[in-house]
Ligand binder design. Structure first.
Ligand code: ZN
Length: 214
């Protein structure tokens, strides 16, 4: 899949899913699109920018290759219960705990990668797996991202500290913030359902306070 370009074959979800993976991989080799695959020292293959990108610019356009029945290291979670495999180079983009890209849901239901930091030509393109998957339990090894903010283990959204979630605002799969918002609403509802004390109980409490202060 060319980087930073819209799919040439349209935007309807059904037609994108039917695109043969071989065609996507062939197009992914187009280095003029803005990124290319390279070897890294510690992390195997990675995707690198071949030109600069500004904050907010689409770096890679996501295309869903196929549906998956479970979560794994290349699975993109696009809703609370739906996992897919993206076509092209997106599955080769490495995790970072301080990533230069974030996730945007595009019209086809796939994830675009959008620059959240300025990216220079030659720089590795990275995102945080927690921007995409609610739960990440399949990486036993220590994170190799090398960022000063590395959290050591590659975790999912559910294990991300609140301040990191705030840093990533606008750059994560929307279903993740929907889950948090639903839980917050539920908790507020539970607090609201606590029964108010009766006048008799209020009198008893006041008597206790009076005794305690005398
Ligand atoms: Zn890290």
């Amino acid at each position: 899949m060319p980087c930073g370009r819209s799919p040439a074959w349209g935007t309807a979800g059904s037609s994108l899913i039917s695109v043969p993976a071989g065609l996507i991989l062939q197009r992914a080799g187009d280095v003029n699109g803005g990124c290319e695959i390279q070897r890294t020292d510690a992390k195997g293959a990675g995707v690198f920018a071949t030109r600069s990108f500004q904050v907010g610019e689409t770096v890679m356009v996501g295309v869903i290759d196929r549906e998956l029945d479970h979560n794994h290291s290349h699975a993109s979670q696009v809703s609370e219960r739906r996992f897919v495999l993206h076509g092209g180079l997106i599955t080769k983009v490495n995790h970072s705990c301080e990533p230069n890209c974030g996730v945007h849901l595009n019209a086809s239901g796939a994830h675009d990668f959008v620059a959240r930091q300025p990216i220079a030509a030659g720089q590795e393109i990275t995102f945080d797996y927690a921007m995409r998957n609610y739960s990440v339990e399949y990486f036993a090894a220590h994170c190799q991202c090398g960022s000063p903010r590395c959290r050591d283990r590659i975790t999912g959204w559910k294990d991300l500290p609140a301040e990191r979630k705030a840093d990533y605002r606008g750059f994560v799969a929307p279903y993740l913030t929907d889950i948090d918002n639903q839980r917050a609403t539920k908790q507020v509802g539970q607090v609201a359902r606590i029964e108010p004390v009766s006048p008799q109980q209020t009198g008893q409490i006041l008597n206790v306070v009076r005794v305690a202060t005398e």
